[in-house]
Design a protein around this ligand. Structure first.
Ligand SMILES: NC(=O)c1ccc[n+]([C@@H]2O[C@H](COP(=O)([O-])OP(=O)(O)OC[C@H]3O[C@@H](n4cnc5c(N)ncnc54)[C@H](O)[C@@H]3O)[C@@H](O)[C@H]2O)c1
Length: 253
């Protein structure tokens, strides 16, 4: 399904981005350009990818808040691969603290969360769209169930994720005529570092949020990566502008 195809993945050092990189390589992708701010974690992902497939791998330290870094990374990936079929824009931060309310939001914290979670996705798509295959290209932007439902004490995170859905739907509307599909993925509680960071900040706890899902448990990064890779694949050929929940039923009831 991914044979002969080339992909980019942000946030590839950890969690959902790492699981996505591993799945793309395991399923036969010809090349993956991986990025993250965490170079140590990124190199660990590369080593694990080498064990599961033979894809050409490019690993680059990129802060998605920096438009120029993102642009240089994507241009370099295209120069090396000569082709770009899909992009998984996954990088994100939890932001917030357990006691912040709107009146006490610190501007730099707000700007940081929006900078990574929203501007980062925009920087990626703006850099990717000139290169991505027309027709046939696919982009998946990782939002969150907090992009459909407010998150008290972390308005910055919820606002950034609502905005990623708006950005994704708008982009889908602009590029459908070029044969490029653009979708948002909305994970619920997934057991990764960002979730545990949020828990440490007092935003939620694993037990009560698990109980709020219909399935009564947290999800795994690999379960999200499977749906993400489906959306990148031609099996999702009639899916664009959608927001897919991978949340154990968290939003349903
Ligand atoms: N885990 C959850 O419960 C959950 C729920 C909903 C949405 N999400 C979203 O899923 C995505 C992936 O998160 P995860 O759960 O895998 O967490 P994670 O913390 O394991 O991975 C996030 C990755 O993003 C990277 N990153 C952070 N800031 C960056 C920046 N400025 N530039 C480049 N990379 C940066 C981190 O280094 C890390 O490797 C995020 O967008 C997150 O908001 C996660």
């Amino acid at each position: 399904m991914f044979q002969g195809k080339y992909y980019t993945v942000t946030g590839a050092a950890s969690g959902i981005g790492k699981a996505t990189a591993l799945r793309l390589v395991e399923k036969g992708a010809a090349g993956v350009a991986l990025s993250d701010v965490n170079l140590t974690g990124l190199h660990e992902t590369v080593e694990e990818c080498k064990k599961v497939g033979s894809a050409k791998i490019i690993a680059t330290k990129v802060d998605v808040r920096d438009s120029e870094q993102v642009g240089a990374w994507i241009a370099d990936a295209f120069n090396q691969f000569k082709q770009l079929d899909g992009a998984a824009n996954v990088a994100g931060v939890a932001g917030g603290t357990g006691d912040t309310v709107i009146e006490t939001i610190v501007q730099k914290d707000w700007d940081f969360t929006l900078g990574v979670n929203l501007n980062g996705v925009m920087h990626c798509m703006r850099a990717q769209l000139p290169y991505i295959s027309r027709p046939g290209g696919a982009i998946v932007n990782v939002a969150s169930t907090s992009g459909r439902r407010g998150l008290p004490h972390n308005a910055a995170y919820a606002s950034s994720k609502f905005a990623v859905i708006g950005l994704t739907e708008s982009a889908a509307g602009e590029y459908a005529k070029h044969g490029i599909r653009i979708n948002a993925l909305l994970p619920g509680p997934i057991d990764t570092r960002i979730f545990r960071d949020g828990e440490a900040l007092g935003l939620f706890d694993a037990d009560s949020i698990s109980a709020d899902t219909l399935m009564g448990r947290m999800g795994k990064a690999e379960e999200v990566a499977k749906v993400l890779c489906f959306l990148l694949s031609d099996d999702a050929s009639y899916v664009t502008g959608a927001h897919w929940n991978v949340d154990g039923g968290y939003l349903a009831c």
